[in-house]
Design a protein around this ligand. Structure first.
Ligand code: SF4
Length: 361
């Protein structure tokens, strides 16, 4: 199947053919995890769950950056707003995520200077224009976002902007997949791997994890044909007992990934252990600033000390991110927790599983 134009990836006839093939080859009960929040939304938006055989269960995974941010980091972002002359900048999704006692939105409503930016470069420019203020950016994101954060820091370093810093809570995808595989009681028969993260990492980034766990894994894009194709491949691999790491998104993903973006990322950051909501501390799954860029590290610049707090009582985000529960199995879903009054981040983020269920299910 060689497609060229975006319309073709949304073609109803083609989708019907793929669904027929899926129905024909699917015999076993399988639990397939879409690792990425954008896939979760796309699957709902296109009604893909409703056309799959009953034996196929789709699980959401730890691929929504806001959702996997540890409670402690959310609390640290909130604490930063309380420091005199600090302007906290963030992407929109993060602002409503409840911390242990407050959220960035609550602090903004109470008078703190919290601003939504569309890119890190907006935050750097804000620092350029407000020399009497300290501008802090809440650095939350995966391999897709980390290179732009690194590029912003390089610009700030080059232009000697010393009133700008980043509180880093960056995450790397492959170590999270390995951590999932090591978690008891997890039942996953295949990974639908994230398209945009893989544009940066390349297929090779998953090879070690794949070779260690022999887990059927397919990289794919976000159009309905992309997703149906990935599901078909995963079912075929399972039915034939031939797990493989496949790239079903070759129009965007190469084996090596975006070498330049990775170079920039590795110039500024180095790998570190990182805390994830639900999954806990995962070795080598985060990125911290290298020594020469530590002047831009908000965690070092400001003495933000927040205790480790438990995740919101009754919230099952952690288990949902690990594929252990669905939003409907959370007692608070649609009762105490709604998009207007979210209890956990999975109901806040546009990529969150609970928000997707609420909106489309
Ligand atoms: S419905 Fe709300 S409380 Fe329940 S898991 Fe989702 S975000 Fe957490």
């Amino acid at each position: 199947m060689s497609l060229k134009y975006i319309d073709e990836y949304r073609d109803a006839g083609l989708a019907r053919q793929l669904v027929k093939k899926i129905q024909a080859v699917s015999k076993k009960k399988l639990r397939l995890m879409e690792v990425c929040g954008t896939h979760t939304m796309s699957i709902f938006r296109h009604g893909i769950r409703s056309v799959l055989p009953g034996g196929i269960t789709l699980l959401s995974g730890p691929g929504c950056p806001v959702c996997v941010t540890a409670q402690k980091d959310i609390d640290a972002f909130v604490e930063l707003t309380k420091i005199k002359d600090v302007i906290v900048t963030t992407f929109g999704d993060l602002i409503k995520v409840p911390g242990s006692g407050s959220s960035l939105a609550n602090e903004k409503a109470s008078g703190a200077d919290v601003r939504i930016v569309y890119s890190l470069f907006d935050a750097v420019n804000l620092a350029r224009k407000n020399k009497d203020k300290e501008i802090v950016f809440c650095g939350v994101g995966f391999e897709t976002t980390i290179p732009t954060i690194a590029a912003g820091i390089l610009i700030a370093a080059g232009d000697k902007i010393d009133n700008f810093s980043v509180y880093t809570s960056n995450k790397l995808t492959p170590p999270a997949l390995a951590a999932l595989m090591e978690t008891p009681d997890i039942e996953i028969d295949g990974f639908i791997l994230p398209g945009h993260v893989s544009v940066i990492t390349g297929t090779n980034a998953y090879r070690d994890t794949f070779e260690k766990y022999d887990m059927p894994s397919v990289i794919t894009g976000f159009e309905p044909i992309d997703i149906l194709k990935a599901i078909l491949i995963l079912i075929q691999q399972n039915e034939e007992g031939k797990p493989a790491l496949e790239n079903a998104y070759p129009r965007a993903v190469s084996d090596q990934g975006n070498v330049k973006a990775k170079e920039i990322m590795n110039r500024v950051f180095e790998v570190c252990d990182a805390p994830w909501r639900g999954l806990g501390e995962i070795p080598f799954s985060g990125m911290k600033l290298k020594k020469e860029f530590q002047g831009f590290d908000a965690a070092l610049k400001f003495d933000v000390n927040v205790p480790d707090m438990p995740e919101p009582k009754g919230c099952a985000c952690g288990q949902i991110l690990m594929g252990l529960k669905t939003p409907k199995e959370c007692a608070l879903y649609k009762k105490r927790c709604t998009p207007m009054n979210p209890v956990g981040p999975c109901m806040v983020s546009t990529e969150g599983s609970c928000a997707a269920f609420y909106r489309y299910n």
